[in-house]
Ligand binder design. Structure first.
Ligand code: DX5
Ligand code: ZN
Length: 225
């Protein structure tokens, strides 16, 4: 079973207290900062952009987990300042040339994750398993924080684990993104997920002073038994 990692969803972070938030995340050893990049076309929202990413790099060395909810990501990597210590998720649904898009991402040395929306079937992954390090399983329809999990995605996660095992690809990591409450995290850890996008459903609950306890509570729910 892979070590659990917490990826803090920065679209949920309070900009006024960003520095203090990052300080808490560094002391609590948060594994990644989840950056939702949105173009208003692939998803009906605009998210964090290139300037935000540049600013974060000046604030902290915590690696980024860049979630590209944009069309044709393969033409836009160069704007993002991707580092080899980062994870980058591109959406299967966002380009007609997904294998080429994954190949181009290889130039950055980062971990390559393929994201699929709740209604996208698992079998679409069949021909690209050799080109990815992980799968970002969207548990909500992407674009907004504070949504409720799409119920069918829990069983989908179970089928994904079986699918990867049947393909001899258990080394591919599973990230879960969207409404990862303390309870959903526990359930999904038991299923086999190992990267947990933590937003308003968990670590960003309440005030800044509560974040460290939220992180401890989430970590407890996803720790190895
Ligand atoms: C979903 C976003 C996530 C997440 C935010 O589009 O990619 O960052 O949902 O956290 P929650 O769902 O807990 O508010
Ligand atoms: Zn995301």
């Amino acid at each position: 079973m892979k070590k659990s990692k917490i990826s803090a969803s920065m679209m949920c972070a309070d900009l006024v207290h960003l520095k203090q938030t990052i300080t808490i995340f560094e002391s609590e050893k948060i594994d990644y900062l989840h950056i939702d990049v949105m173009d208003g076309e692939f998803v009906p929202n605009f998210g964090l952009g290139t300037d935000y990413i540049r600013g974060l790099r000046d604030l902290t060395d915590i690696p980024l987990d860049i979630h590209l909810m944009i069309t044709s990501p393969e033409y836009k990597y160069k704007w993002l300042g991707i580092k080899s210590s980062d994870m980058v998720s591109i959406h299967y649904e966002s380009t007609s040339q997904i294998q080429r898009a994954l190949d181009r991402l290889s130039e950055y040395g980062c971990k390559k994750f393929l994201a699929i929306n709740p209604a996208t079937p698992i079998y679409v992954l069949e021909e690209v398993l050799d080109y990815i390090d992980g799968i970002n399983l969207l548990m909500v329809n992407p674009g907004f924080a504070g949504q409720k999990i799409v119920p069918s995605t829990i069983k989908k996660a179970e089928r994904l684990v079986k699918f990867l095992r049947d393909c001899g690809k258990e080394d591919i990591e599973i990230e879960v993104d969207g409404n990862i409450t303390f309870e959903n995290a526990k359930i999904l850890r038991a299923v086999g997920a190992s990267v947990f996008v933590a937003g308003t459903s968990s670590i960003f609950k309440g005030k800044l002073e509560e974040y460290d306890n939220n992180i401890l509570k989430l970590r407890e729910n996803i720790s190895l038994r």
